[in-house]
Design a protein around this ligand. Structure first.
Ligand code: PLP
Length: 222
């Protein structure tokens, strides 16, 4: 696992160089959904601090036993009845409805702690993919003015699984262009600095297109 992690680090550094970006602009989130708390603990021992889980229950289970300096990233669907027990986390990547934004904002208001989130956008328009349709995003951005207990920090998307990662490039470029279009209209305190895009299969292309967070599981863990 250590060797795989170092190899991924080299590939991230290479993609940053090709794109003329600094390595510090990209955060590696290791997705631990397929492994248990013990393996997640080994990652921590290797210096990894940003871990991602797609199911709240699995996040709770690992958080209970891992050191408190882990930055937990929730990358999958959050049911509203799990908000209470799941927060606080470092970042929720997968907010895909106004109802969920409202519920998170209510929670943030009640506990007087802002909730950091990304808006998941369905750029590829694959039927099964979750996320706001691109066309709805200007209206969603306007609504964010009502959500003072949220900090919308950016956008997230998933590209279709392709054997040639170059075919994902238009999806990643599309998310960046959407971000650039929405950015001037973002009501404070929100901003759209972060772009969470890129998985094991396509992260180098995503970094070349501006990813600030890559979510990697299998390339490190299997
Ligand atoms: C599982 C998962 C990942 C990691 O996928 P790999 O292909 O294993 O790197 C990234 N993002 C989301 C939303 C996931 O569910």
């Amino acid at each position: 696992m250590e060797r795989r992690l170092r190899a991924v680090e080299d590939r991230i550094a290479g993609a940053c160089r090709r794109a003329g970006r600094r390595r510090e602009e990209v955060t590696l989130v290791v997705v631990t959904k397929t492994v248990g708390p013990e393996v997640a603990g080994w990652l921590h021992a290797l210096g990894v601090r940003d871990l991602g889980e797609s199911r709240p229950q699995e996040l709770w289970r690992k958080r209970a036993v891992l050191p408190p300096d882990v930055r937990w990233n929730l990358i999958g669907h959050v049911q509203r009845n799990k908000i209470e027990r799941t927060l606080p986390v470092h970042l929720i990547h997968s907010v895909d409805s106004l109802r969920l934004l409202e519920a998170l904002n209510e929670h943030g208001t009640r506990v007087r702690t802002p909730v950091r989130v990304l808006l998941q956008v369905n750029v590829s328009r694959e039927g099964a993919k979750q996320g706001f349709p691109v066309a709805e995003m200007p209206a969603v951005a306007t609504r964010l003015a009502d959500f003072g207990a949220l900090r919308v920090a950016g956008l997230m998307t998933m590209a279709p699984l392709e054997s040639d990662p170059e075919r994902c490039r238009p999806v990643f470029a599309g998310l960046r262009e959407l971000r650039d279009r929405l950015r001037p209209a973002m009501p404070s305190p929100h901003n759209l600095k972060e772009l969470s895009m890129g998985m094991s299969n396509d992260f180098e292309v995503a970094i070349e297109e501006g990813a600030t967070l890559v979510r990697l599981g299998s390339v490190i863990l299997t």
